[in-house]
Design a protein around this ligand. Structure first.
Ligand SMILES: Cc1cc2nc3c(=O)[nH]c(=O)nc-3n(C[C@H](O)[C@H](O)[C@H](O)COP(=O)(O)OP(=O)(O)OC[C@H]3O[C@@H](n4cnc5c(N)ncnc54)[C@H](O)[C@@H]3O)c2cc1C
Length: 804
């Protein structure tokens, strides 16, 4: 009876934890339950049980006791193990906002909130810009000519970019800019990138991290009036210099300095800065008219007004490129001929009001950069990656059908389908991710989400391009005006490296920032430890910590319950259909497992987790893949159902959640306190895997679909510049493919008869005529077959040159 009663109490406690009942109410319910059970079993009221129960309840419920025996000791231990947060670190962590990714980290995503999110739409003006100005620009771009002959955009393309405000997409209308949404910017960059990566990078930079954005967000009215109209019109070309030879990823350590001093400017003595800097790899620098510069500001004589403050930290200023002492104009060669070069200066004097935001913003540069970088990172490089993924879909799918070996379309070989199915699914996933991420950017700059977007979009692009190169083979390797793939391949390392190099982004930022910004308690707990008044700190910590314990217990319990049912019966959005329901439930399970594993990792390793990148990166992977899965589900739900779309979504979802699951398993297998994490793994996956890799049937289905003019191919085509000119690199493949589609079964029937030796004749023409005579094809198909064959042959050719 006693055992049964204790079991009943345990069940009551579990239900209270599961329902997240407030501590005081939960304690009262436990006492009532205990007393009721005591009426049936006297042993329940024995002092051996009652005293410990009262002790636990007192510790949990009475603030002063709880602080003394629980919170204060934990506070002391954590404070010792947590590394002190530098100002730059704190500012980086505080910068930006959070969005849907926070829900996924909490372990219990609120699907009602998710259901309210609608994917972004273009305004009439944005759509018109895409259909007209962007299209027109694309007609001015020839990537081979740009890459091989000019090593630059043509003067017409440059002029068009300037005239049509391509450099002012984010600048408000009152300054002559276009003030487009993040989604519109992304779509514009993608469409340009589907024609020319060089032009896309050129247009991207002024709209991404650059003086324009910094001025809009932080500039003084005077600075905005001075620069924004010119930037919007393209009469001013901006660049932004942060990186130097000594500081790349560790941008907070830049050695470039500005010393506050008095000096002469425009014939007058003014308060200013003496700058010494050496920047490299700065995009647009060789053609820039205005240079944004990051440096560390020192004020040894307290001239800025605070005699006690000598070190201000990272500060940003805007300097005309022709200002005396500023040296720019040389070019680096980043493998794609967009403008990129170094910027130098020694003892360059500038007035203090050239600091972006004026003297009041001295030392605030790091935060400004992190915030602006965050937003740009979610738009530009994911847009480039999406364009690449979608072009690969279109080109490789078509080429895999046109190109035949062993009398078979190469896209029909299962080995090739393994690659093409992955290309198909990543094209779909990239578009889905772009749409959800740009929606998230409408109302803020969620730094964790944009880091996920930058890393995963560029990695998906890398994989898609590598698969594409494999499938297209030598035709993709031989460079020349016919090559439709190699420039995308060449641009991969740039996308991987800039705006937060990928290894660093995965290893340090996604989980590091994720844990701080998305965890419901951690950041505030950390802040409480930084308070000077320790008693106040403990008081704050105590409240957070007790809620934190409840959070962990709840997630552990939910992981256990959902693990047993593989997430079945857990909540899903009200509008979930039969396709999506199980995916949402799997996300619930993995989200709870991520939350509880993260808490265990933080409790065991504390601040050391930051250095254990192999471990923390895997938790970041789980978090990211859950976000990607949500993006796919949202995108899938926005369209009419078709088997083609279901197949693409199924592959992409399977891959995302499989990666999340494997990352969790690898984390668990490598964590120092393996026993604990294995228990969590067992709780989440008591019957083994939650998801398996995409199976062979799905691979074959997608491998076939990518060669068809299926609804997903058509949908993704809307986001690209589709060329139909048979003399163009992509137009050649596209138009040949369209011709093949128009032939319907004719080409296949003809080849089947030809290859089985049923047709007589030595030439293709004789064989086609014989096929018509034998009623295998219609007489009017003879000319069509000959025309297609000529085009097909032209489509597989590569270029040859007299001299390289
Ligand atoms: C084409 C091009 C254009 C650019 N344009 C600009 C521009 O306009 N303005 C500008 O300011 N900068 C620009 N950059 C610089 C760019 O931002 C840097 O290249 C980037 O920050 C990485 O620095 P790095 O290349 O020096 O790599 P490093 O910092 O030397 O890093 C090397 C490797 O180590 C990894 N790594 C470093 N630290 C860690 C860590 N803690 N944990 C895990 N891995 C780590 C990195 O991920 C990377 O893989 C550009 C670069 C290129 C190539």
């Amino acid at each position: 009876m006693l055992l049964l009663s204790l079991l009943a109490v345990l069940v009551v406690v579990a239900v209270l934890i599961y329902r997240q009942v407030a501590l005081s109410a939960a304690s009262s319910i436990v006492i009532i339950a205990w007393l009721v059970l005591g009426a049936f079993s006297r042993e329940m009221l024995s002092p051996w049980l009652v005293v410990p129960l009262v002790a636990v309840l007192l510790v949990l419920n009475v603030g002063s006791i709880r602080r003394a025996v629980l919170s204060k000791p934990v506070f002391g231990i954590l404070k010792k193990t947590m590394p002190a947060m530098s100002v730059t670190e704190r500012e980086a962590l505080e910068a930006g906002t959070t969005w849907w990714e926070k829900q996924l980290f909490s372990g219990k995503p609120d699907w009602n909130e998710f259901a309210q999110i609608s994917l972004p739409q273009l305004t009439k003006e944005e759509q018109s810009f895409l259909d007209n100005e962007v299209n027109e620009l694309c007609t001015l771009l020839d990537e081979w000519d740009i890459q091989n002959n000019r090593k630059d955009l043509s003067p017409e393309a440059w002029q068009y970019l300037k005239d049509k405000n391509f450099f002012g997409l984010i600048i408000p209308k009152e300054y002559g800019g276009r003030d487009f949404s993040p989604y519109a910017q992304s779509r514009i960059m993608s469409k340009i990138a589907s024609r020319s990566g060089t032009a896309a990078v050129t247009a991207m930079v002024p709209n991404s991290l650059g003086p324009g954005e910094l001025l809009v967000k932080y500039g003084t009215e005077e600075q905005r009036n001075r620069w924004l109209p010119g930037l919007a019109k393209g009469t001013e070309i901006p660049c932004f210099g942060l990186t130097g030879p000594e500081a790349g990823s560790d941008a907070g350590s830049i050695p470039d300095v500005g010393i506050v001093c008095k000096g002469m400017h425009d014939g007058q003595e003014v308060l200013g800065l003496r700058l010494t800097f050496s920047k490299r790899w700065i995009t647009l620098a060789p053609v820039a008219t205005v240079v944004g510069l990051a440096f560390k500001l020192h004020d040894p004589d307290g001239l800025l007004g605070d005699p006690t403050k000598k070190e201000y930290g990272i500060t940003c200023a805007l300097i005309p490129a022709n200002h005396p002492g500023v040296e720019i104009g040389k070019r680096h060669n980043p493998g794609s001929p967009f403008m990129n070069g170094p910027v130098f200066g020694t003892d360059v004097f500038i007035p203090v009001d050239w600091i972006i935001g004026g003297a009041a913003m001295a030392g605030k540069g790091w935060r400004m950069l992190i915030e602006c970088l965050g937003a740009g990172r979610g738009v530009s490089l994911p847009a480039l990656s999406t364009a690449s993924g979608e072009m690969n879909y279109r080109m490789v799918g078509a080429y895999a059908r046109i190109r035949r070996q062993f009398n078979t379309e190469i896209g029909k070989f299962e080995g090739v389908q393994e690659a093409t199915a992955s290309i198909a699914a990543s094209g779909y996933a990239l578009e889905a991710m772009r749409q959800l991420v740009t929606k998230g950017l409408e109302t803020g700059a969620p730094s964790v989400m944009t880091a996920m977007a930058k890393y995963h979009a560029t990695e998906m692009m890398r994989k898609s391009v590598e698969h594409s190169m494999d499938v297209v083979g030598g035709r993709a390797i031989q460079k020349g005006p016919r090559n439709f793939l190699v420039f995308s391949y060449q641009s991969v390392p740039v996308a991987i490296t800039v705006e937060g190099a990928n290894i660093l982004t995965r290893s340090l930022m996604i989980f590091g920032q994720g844990a701080m910004r998305c965890h419901p308690f951690l950041f505030e707990e950390m802040q409480s430890m930084q308070l000077e008044d320790q008693a106040e700190g403990i008081k704050k910590f105590d409240k957070l910590f007790i809620s934190h314990l409840g959070h962990v217990a709840n997630n552990l319990l939910r992981t256990k319950i959902m693990g047993f049912t593989r997430g079945r019966f857990s909540s899903v959005p009200a509008n979930a259909d039969d396709f999506s329901k199980r995916w949402y439930q799997r996300i619930n399970l993995l989200s709870a497992a991520l939350a509880v594993t993260s808490d265990v990792a933080l409790a065991v390793l504390g601040g050391n987790l930051k250095r254990r990148e192999l471990l923390s990166a895997r938790l970041g992977d789980v978090h990211s893949q859950l976000f990607i899965a949500c993006a796919i589900l949202k995108f899938h739900s926005a369209h009419a159902r078709s088997r083609a779309e279901d197949a693409h979504a199924e592959y992409a979802l399977t891959e995302a959640l499989y990666k999340a699951q494997e990352a969790l398993k690898e984390f668990s297998n490598n964590f120092p306190a393996r026993f604990v994490t294995r228990l969590i793994k067992f709780a989440a996956m008591p019957f083994g895997n939650i998801v398996s890799k995409p199976n062979d049937n799905l691979i074959r289905e997608l491998g076939d679909l990518i060669m068809e003019d299926n609804p997903v191919r058509q949908m993704l085509g809307q986001y690209l510049y589709v060329n139909h000119d048979p003399e163009d690199a992509t137009g050649r493949v596209e138009s040949t493919y369209q011709m093949l589609l128009a032939l319907g079964p004719v080409w296949g029937n003809f080849l089947k008869a030809k290859n089985s030796g049923k047709l007589s004749g030595n030439t293709l023409e004789e064989q086609a005529k014989d096929a018509a005579a034998k009623n295998i094809i219609q007489p009017h198909d003879v000319a069509r077959i000959l025309e297609y064959d000529a085009r097909r042959y032209d489509c597989v050719l590569t270029d040859a040159f007299d001299k390289l």
